[in-house]
Design a protein around this ligand. Structure first.
Ligand code: SF4
Ligand code: SF4
Ligand code: FES
Length: 238
């Protein structure tokens, strides 16, 4: 087995290009380890982003051999092809520099989808008990473990061709709140997610579900929003 691999890393902005390095192979090495080795040993000016290195923070996502992935939990041995790795920034977001893209549009869409909890009670009210096995709680649980990595957003063709589309992560987040019985913001939230660029723009081709490193299913969440918004429309609430 070769003791090095050829690694091409994106350098520069959108008009940049790939630069190639030889990187030593190590046991249990992750793709993030490969990028870090280049930055520490071959090219200190390389820009990339990470924080936790344990699959919690969502900041290390990149395009690896053509596919969006979290790099701190992706072993090199699983993705290296013919002794090569090609690593670029996430798709569907502007490049700031090298492997770092600008996540502003991604998070602004969370705000547009009303992805923040809207309390329905005040400080003095008793704390409500949510039955762990209730249907809304189970629906929220199934979608709650999102780490905001942007992998699904980069994998979504609808995001690519429709700039206004809120995208799988923001809509998945909205679905968790629609099912949060303590939340009081659902009228505004359903109006936001059923407007142009909302849940009805999803084409249900499930790239988001196939690529999500946390094994979430944003397509199912979006289908829930479609159902819930149509019900609200029929009741005259939208
Ligand atoms: S199912 Fe919808 S959100 Fe998911 S990748 Fe396809 S269009 Fe995008
Ligand atoms: S839904 Fe999955 S892929 Fe999308 S941002 Fe959340 S964790 Fe990442
Ligand atoms: S560095 Fe935090 S998820 Fe990869």
């Amino acid at each position: 087995m070769a003791d090095t691999i050829e690694v091409s890393l994106w350098r520069g902005k959108a008009d940049g290009g790939y630069r190639t390095y030889r990187v030593p192979l190590r046991p249990n090495q992750t793709v993030l380890d490969v990028v870090t080795w280049v930055q520490r040993n071959a090219d200190p000016a390389l820009a990339y982003r990470f924080a936790c290195r344990v699959g919690m923070c969502g900041s290390c996502a990149m395009t690896v051999n053509g596919r969006p992935r979290w790099t701190c939990r992706t072993h090199t041995s699983k993705v290296v092809k013919d002794g090569r790795l090609e690593i670029g920034p996430l798709a569907n977001l502007p490049i700031i520099k090298d492997l770092v893209c600008d996540m502003r549009a991604f998070f602004e869409k969370w705000q547009k989808a009303k992805g923040a909890f809207a309390p329905s009670k005040g400080r003095g009210d008793p704390i409500e008990r949510i039955a762990p096995a209730s249907a809304p709680r189970l629906a929220a649980d199934a979608a709650i473990e999102c780490i905001n990595c942007g992998v699904c957003y980069a994998a979504c063709d609808t995001v690519r061709w429709n700039e206004a589309y809120l995208g799988p992560a923001a809509l998945n987040r909205a679905w968790t709140l629609v099912n949060d019985t303590r939340d009081g913001g659902n009228a505004a939230r359903l109006a936001a997610v059923s407007a142009d660029g909302g849940c009805h723009a999803c084409h249900t081709h499930q790239s988001c579900q196939q690529h999500c490193p946390k094994a979430l299913n944003p397509t199912a969440s979006i289908a829930g929003l479609k159902r819930r918004s149509v019900q609200a429309y029929i009741r005259g609430e939208l």
